[in-house]
Ligand binder design. Structure first.
Ligand SMILES: Nc1ncnc2c1ncn2[C@@H]1O[C@H](COP(=O)(O)OP(=O)(O)O)[C@@H](O)[C@H]1O
Ligand SMILES: [Mg+2]
Length: 230
């Protein structure tokens, strides 16, 4: 499975999600490759910190706008159960390249209007890639969600109208994500009992189902109904 974290906006949790998914899959015994496609090198720096501190980490490699070409990622991806590509914000050429090889694109999105608006460009890139690859799957992931704020509650309803499914799993705004990253770890190993750890495990499970053809679970609970009415 090749998962690309894409999106035009910075700070929404692409790198955090990529790193945590990679660590969680590694802990499940999978062979994992983390592709850092961002010149800011968040994943590579995290990998350095992990190695310096002796934490188990996936192999991290840097790749750019030619990663989809023959002899590049396609040749090495075969040796892994899971490849996670951490894309940069903007840099459409790098995102396009990732979308040429990914099985599934995840678009992390914060629970703010600005985050939702910024998705429009990312969705255009997905649709553009699908002209060449109609098998490309894509889903929105709500990140940095602040509990019970009206904004957080309404975000899902707004995003569901974008035409791209919204994953049922949501990542909350939690200090554990920041602390684990700084320590060169993932939340599942840094603080296994934290809610963040459950979120990442649930995300990995949901992605596996999603990738194998099942649509993102849509939420039909009373909360969504209340949000829709707001
Ligand atoms: N769910 C979260 N809870 C708390 N902090 C988060 C969360 N997701 C990301 N962050 C923090 O926000 C900052 C930006 O996140 P990052 O994953 O680097 O975003 P991106 O890769 O989209 O630019 C980092 O400092 C990170 O620790
Ligand atoms: Mg990043």
């Amino acid at each position: 499975m090749i998962v690309a974290l894409t999106g035009q906006k910075g700070g929404v949790g692409k790198s955090t999600t990529a790193i945590n998914l990679a660590v969680a899959a590694l802990a499940r015994g999978k062979k994992v490759l983390l592709v850092d496609a961002d010149p800011q090198a968040t994943a590579r720096t995290w990998g350095d910190v992990a190695a310096e501190n002796g934490h188990e980490a996936p192999t991290v490699v840097a790749m750019g706008a030619t990663m989809h070409k023959q002899g590049q990622l396609p040749s090495i991806a075969e040796g892994y159960d899971l490849v996670v590509i951490d894309c940069p914000p903007r840099h459409g050429d790098v995102q396009r390249s990732a979308l040429m090889i990914a099985d599934v694109a995840i678009l992390p999105c914060g629970a703010s209007a600005a985050d939702a608006w910024a998705l429009a460009n990312a969705i255009d890139l997905i649709n553009e890639a699908r002209v060449l690859r109609d098998e490309l799957k894509a889903a929105i992931l709500l990140t940095r969600k602040q509990g019970r704020t009206a904004l957080g509650k309404g975000a899902r309803t707004v995003l569901e109208s974008s035409g791209i499914p919204v994953l049922r799993t949501e990542l909350g705004q939690r200090i554990a994500y920041q602390e684990a990253l700084a320590a060169g770890m993932g939340v599942t190993t840094f603080s296994p009992r934290d809610a963040a750890s459950k979120e990442v495990s649930s995300l990995l499970d949901e992605l596996e189902r999603f990738c194998h053809g099942q649509e993102a679970d849509q939420r039909h609970d009373s909360q969504s109904v209340v949000c829709a009415a707001e």
